[in-house]
Design a protein around this ligand. Structure first.
Ligand SMILES: NC(=O)c1ccc[n+]([C@@H]2O[C@H](COP(=O)([O-])OP(=O)(O)OC[C@H]3O[C@@H](n4cnc5c(N)ncnc54)[C@H](OP(=O)(O)O)[C@@H]3O)[C@@H](O)[C@H]2O)c1
Length: 368
């Protein structure tokens, strides 16, 4: 198990090694972070994909990326294990130190262990119910999602073991808005409160540095929507639990050419009135990580010619799509899912290019 966590000094040291590149390292959360990070969601739960992710994580860190994003349920825990192996090898070889890299993972979904078991129902009963990790079916939404503290604690423990680290830099509640399919808002908020209380305890115990919400719909919808997440309300919960020095400090949401709500939708109330999630997140002291910048690969082909013309410059559709997200003000880090060497090379190449100018972004980014 690697001790330590990402630190101001360590991440600055990492950035210093890439000072010759254009790369616009970002000051966020007291750390120096690469504008592009690596995500590990997609792919088959097989050995070839394990190896592919381990290789791209090693290559990403060697090439100047110091943000790694994963989740306990990605490929049934295999993505976390690939990240753990890659990081361990890099540290052992002296290529990087633990305090130079931000590692984020997530809990909330029930996950198998490496593969679908022969009898999922008896696996579920044995592993989750008889062990006491789940108190009962009322804790589980849609047969797969749970925010009960005891369950989350077990998931966090599994993640730390998979990643072979003592402390995770960001622990996200994974798509917490999923709970709103089954419970009303007051019950949802009381579940969030109990989860935050547990996470503050994990911070005190040294297993988590900060925590956050990694979402799909929650921050991209209007306040009246059933799945809406209110930033001020969530920060309010954290403040009630731990005061102004609470550790609810990060959010993750999709952002790409086809999903621009983080920037354009004024759906969050901040100290200066209604603003976008990006504006209010900054106001409330949260670091923002953008997911799905290529819309899970779909923006990597057939970008409309008019859009290419506005984005300007050369390069593939994927490169332009990632560049768009990376250049949007208010986004701290863009997570690109990558398990192929070719895609990694293209992403590393983008780090050597400056972000798009504000003028180029104009026209694409019209606040609504
Ligand atoms: N709710 C949540 O919490 C949530 C939801 C979605 C994503 N995320 C996080 O955000 C990360 C990024 O999102 P994502 O992986 O879903 O989608 P994405 O980054 O939009 O797209 C990933 C896909 O694009 C391909 N790709 C990458 N670079 C490319 C290039 N230069 N040219 C052509 N294709 C390219 C990848 O292929 P290869 O893999 O074959 O290289 C992969 O199939 C995830 O990995 C995950 O860590 C979180």
């Amino acid at each position: 198990m690697l001790a330590g966590r990402a630190t101001a000094e360590g991440t600055r040291r990492f950035a210093g090694r890439f000072a010759g590149l254009v790369q616009d390292f970002r000051a966020a959360a007291g750390l120096t972070l690469s504008p592009l990070g690596i995500g590990t969601y997609l792919g088959e739960p097989d050995t070839a994909t394990d190896e592919a992710y381990a290789a791209t994580v090693r290559g990403a860190v060697a090439g100047g990326i110091n943000v790694i994003d994963t989740a306990v349920n990605y490929r049934f825990q295999r993505s976390e294990r690939s990240v753990g192996r890659a990081l361990g090898a890099l540290v052992e070889a002296g290529h990087v130190a633990r305090d130079e890299i931000l590692i984020a993972t997530k809990g909330g979904y029930i996950t198998f262990d490496g593969a679908v078991p022969e009898d999922p129902a008896s696996w579920f009963a044995r592993t989750l119910v008889e062990s006491g990790i789940l108190a009962g079916p009322e804790e589980v939404v849609d047969g797969s999602h749970c925010l009960a503290p005891r369950f989350l604690q077990a998931m966090l423990q599994a993640s730390l073991a998979n990643l072979s680290i003592e402390t995770v830099d960001i622990y996200y509640l994974h798509n917490p808005e999923s709970q709103l399919t089954a419970v009303e808002r007051p019950e949802f908020l009381s579940r969030m409160r109990r989860a935050f209380e547990m996470l503050e305890e994990q911070v005190t115990a040294g297993r988590v540095a900060v925590y956050g919400t990694a979402t799909w719909n929650g921050y991209r919808v209007e306040p009246a929507d059933r799945f809406y997440l209110c930033l001020a309300e969530l920060v309010g919960l954290a403040r009630q639990i731990a005061g102004p020095d609470h550790h609810f400090r990060a959010l993750q949401m999709p952002y790409n050419l086809a999903m621009t709500e983080a920037y354009g939708l004024r759906n969050q109330e901040g100290s200066a009135g209604w603003g976008s999630t990006l504006e209010v997140a900054r106001d409330l002291g949260l670091t923002v990580f953008a997911s799905a910048p290529l819309l899970q690969g779909r923006l990597a082909r057939n970008l409309p010619a008019a859009l290419r013309a506005v984005l300007g410059g050369g390069g593939s559709d994927a490169r332009l799509a990632a560049q768009f997200a990376r250049s949007t003000p208010g986004i701290d880090v863009v997570l690109v899912g990558m398990k192929s060497a070719e895609h990694l090379a293209e992403t590393l190449d983008l780090l050597r290019e400056p972000p798009l100018s504000a003028a180029k972004l104009q026209g694409l980014l019209q606040p609504s």
